[in-house]
Design a protein around this ligand. Structure first.
Ligand SMILES: C[S@@+](CC[C@H](N)C(=O)[O-])C[C@H]1O[C@@H](n2cnc3c(N)ncnc32)[C@H](O)[C@@H]1O
Length: 465
């Protein structure tokens, strides 16, 4: 037999299984497709689907067409018939469009996107290897947003990656997206500094990443002692992040940038490397976790707006985190311009059907003081009514705490204390004191923390009641 003869179908099956067992999923898929094509004709499946649809079996028809698409990707007849059938009400695309209504669709889509695919523990372990402030399910939300919602044709943005747990999840999702074109990248931005207090904690990384976990990265061979030494001596974690994401299958898709968001007006002109998108930049999705102040959030949204278009997705990791009122207040001021499409943990993903526009952002006053106490009450009144219509009990609590946090920041401490104390006494939160990393099981702990320190200032220091 000449050396270049194609392998027989059985050999291909064997080869496919070997690739699969070794985690070479793309190679496994290509080999298995070829093997299946020898025995199953995509045209037969296409005909079966058309006949099934004629008999009213639309779900079966879609499933058969998807199988045909998997065997013969890009087959024009299969694609045309799938488009003609449209998505079923539980399809990701349909849920994104709100097929089950404004309350159930984002709840279910968030649950689906946040769920690890069954039987891929290796991928889960790989995603979970990098320390992160997110829950595993939130990281799957990042992964599956990229695998299933992203068009594959445009750049994506992230800020506040910390060590890049979320970044890795998003990049692996890009790799898993069959529509991914050559060229689109994930641009991740951080100032990579530890000399500023983080989220009301200490001015080092310890609030977010315990020292033992950092040492563990070196022990596992994921980073060098040199990168850790730079972090500890200079407070700069960019070298560590670069090492953690170098030499990976997804590395060519990732651009790491150092940039800063100004947290207060005086940071402009003082902080080097302030963030702005490069001219002509266009982002389809933005994952946001570096907006740690009112001013920084507005700065970010204002500059992001021209880089967005119809269908822009804004994933806000802090939207449901009780201290970060500036994030929810910003969205509360443009609630009629965006649609919630999915949520998991404290991460909420909004779609802007017409893109994020400059006049949307202009609704956010330059300072919290300009909005004032009455404005804060008005925005949170609207947000709470909306959360009620979403049937999202966590959001009702976190928005109530954010409302109090905004009032405390304005100096209405007594009012803030009164509101939080009332929440602390509510029976539905009794028993939610778990020392967990998840928000719901530790609701009462968070309420009690909030009664002491409801939020933090632009410089990261705690606001105390
Ligand atoms: C809570 S951590 C991010 C956690 C991360 N998203 C994860 O899931 O592991 C916030 C991140 O935002 C970055 N950050 C905070 N304020 C910033 C600013 N003003 N400019 C740029 N980056 C900032 C911090 O360095 C940090 O990496």
């Amino acid at each position: 037999m000449p050396h270049d003869a194609p392998p027989a179908p059985d050999d291909r099956r064997l080869i496919a299984r070997e690739h699969h067992a070794a985690g070479r999923h793309e190679l496994a898929l290509a080999a298995m497709r070829e093997a299946v094509r020898e025995t199953v004709a995509a045209t037969d499946l296409n005909d079966l689907a058309v006949i099934a649809a004629g008999a009213g079996r639309f779900d079966a028809a879609r499933a058969v067409l998807r199988a045909a698409e998997e065997i013969a990707p890009g087959d024009p007849d299969v694609r045309e018939n799938l488009e003609a059938l449209g998505p079923g009400p539980l399809d990701v695309a349909a849920l994104r469009a709100g097929s089950l209504g404004p309350a159930l669709s984002p709840k279910l889509l968030g649950h689906l996107l946040g769920s690890p695919p069954p039987g891929d523990e290796r991928l889960s372990a790989r995603i979970d290897r990098i320390p992160s402030a997110t829950t595993p399910r939130e990281r799957w939300l990042y992964h599956n947003t990229m695998a299933l919602l992203w068009s594959g044709a445009a750049d994506v943005f992230e800020n506040g990656p910390l060590l890049g747990g979320t970044t890795r999840a998003a990049c692996l999702g890009m790799l898993a997206n069959p529509r991914r074109a050559d060229g689109p990248r994930l641009h991740t931005h951080d100032w990579f500094r530890t000399d500023v207090a983080q989220d009301g904690g200490d001015a080092d990384l310890s609030a977010l990443v315990p020292a033992g976990q950092l040492d563990g990265l070196v022990a596992q061979g994921l980073a060098t002692p040199g990168a850790l030494a730079i972090l500890r001596a200079e407070g700069d974690f960019e070298p560590l992040v670069r090492e953690l994401h170098a030499g990976q299958d997804y590395s060519p898709l990732l651009d790491i940038h150092r940039s800063a968001l100004p947290d207060a007006p005086e940071d402009v002109g003082r902080l080097p490397g302030l963030w702005a998108p490069p001219p002509g930049a266009r982002y389809e999705i933005a994952f946001v976790d570096a907006c740690k102040s009112w001013f920084g959030t507005r700065w970010f949204l204002e500059r992001m707006a021209p880089a967005t278009g119809p269908g822009f997705l804004l994933a806000l990791q802090d939207f449901g985190w009780h201290t970060c009122f500036w994030v929810s207040a910003a969205m509360g001021l443009m609630l009629d311009r965006a649609r919630l499409v999915a949520y998991e943990g404290t991460t909420y993903v909004f779609e802007f059907p017409d893109g994020l526009r400059a006049d949307d952002v202009a609704r956010m006053p330059a300072t919290l003081e300009e909005l004032g106490g009455a404005g804060v009450d008005e925005v949170y009144g609207r947000l709470l009514a909306w959360a009620w219509s979403l049937d999202d009990s966590w959001l009702l609590l976190s928005l109530s705490l954010q409302h109090a946090a905004a009032l405390a920041s304005l100096g209405y401490r007594e009012e803030a204390r009164r509101r939080i104390t009332a929440l602390a006494g509510r029976p539905e939160y009794a028993g939610t004191e778990a020392p967990a990393a998840f928000h719901r099981p530790m609701a009462l702990r968070l309420i009690r923390q909030a009664r002491d320190t409801p939020t933090y200032r632009p410089d990261g220091s705690a606001v105390r009641l």
